[in-house]
Design a protein around this ligand. Structure first.
Ligand SMILES: [Zn+2]
Length: 163
C-alpha cells in the first residue's frame, strides 16, 4: 500500500482527491475528517494511541471542490468527444470545428471546439450549426475531471465498484 493513496471524500461522499497518509492523519486528528474505511491489518501506533491505518477518509464539512480542468487541446477534444464527429458520428478524418466560427469571434475554448469529420467541417464552413442546419449530437462541455491519477487509482476503482 502506497502512502499516497488515501482517498478523500467530500462530506457528501463524492471523491475529492488522493492524499498522503500524513495529511489524512492530520485531518483526522484535527477532527476535520472521519475514517470511512481502514486498512484491515495495519495498525498505526503512537505513544498513546493505536488505530487502524485509514484507506478512505471523509471530510466532515462540505467543501466546494476546486475542479481541475485541463487546458484545451486537440487530442483532449477528441477524447472528450469519444473520437466521433459531433455532426454525423463518423470516426474518420477527424478535425476540430469551431462551433461559432473563428471569423465570427468564436474562441478556442472547451465550449466552442468540437470534433468534426473533415466533410462535415467543410460542409458547415463559416456558419453556426443552426445556420448550417447541422445540429450537434452532443454538447461541447468543459470536461469534469479531477486529477486523472484519482480515476486510475486502485482505491478509487475499488470504491466505485463497492456501490
Ligand atoms: Zn461528420
Amino acid at each position: 500500500m502506497n502512502m499516497e493513496t488515501i482517498l478523500v471524500l467530500n462530506a457528501d461522499y463524492t471523491p475529492l482527491n488522493l492524499t498522503t497518509f500524513r495529511r489524512a492523519l492530520k485531518l483526522i486528528m484535527k477532527g476535520k475528517a472521519e475514517i470511512v474505511k481502514n486498512e484491515e491489518e495495519e495498525v498505526i501506533r503512537s505513544e498513546k494511541l493505536a488505530y487502524p491505518k485509514p484507506l478512505i477518509i471523509r471530510l466532515l464539512n462540505y467543501i466546494k471542490s476546486k475542479i481541475k480542468t485541463f487546458k484545451v487541446n486537440r487530442s483532449r477534444i477528441y477524447k472528450r468527444d469519444n473520437h466521433e464527429c459531433a455532426y454525423c458520428g463518423s470516426k474518420k478524418q477527424l478535425t476540430i470545428d469551431h462551433i461559432i466560427p473563428k471569423s465570427r469571434g468564436g474562441k478556442n475554448t472547451w465550449n466552442n471546439l468540437i470534433s468534426s469529420c473533415l466533410s462535415c467541417n467543410l460542409k458547415k464552413g463559416d456558419r453556426t450549426p443552426d445556420e448550417a442546419g447541422m445540429p450537434l449530437r452532443f454538447t461541447a462541455k468543459v470536461p469534469n475531471l479531477l486529477s486523472s491519477d484519482l480515476y486510475t487509482s486502485k482505491i478509487w476503482i475499488e470504491y466505485k465498484e463497492s456501490f
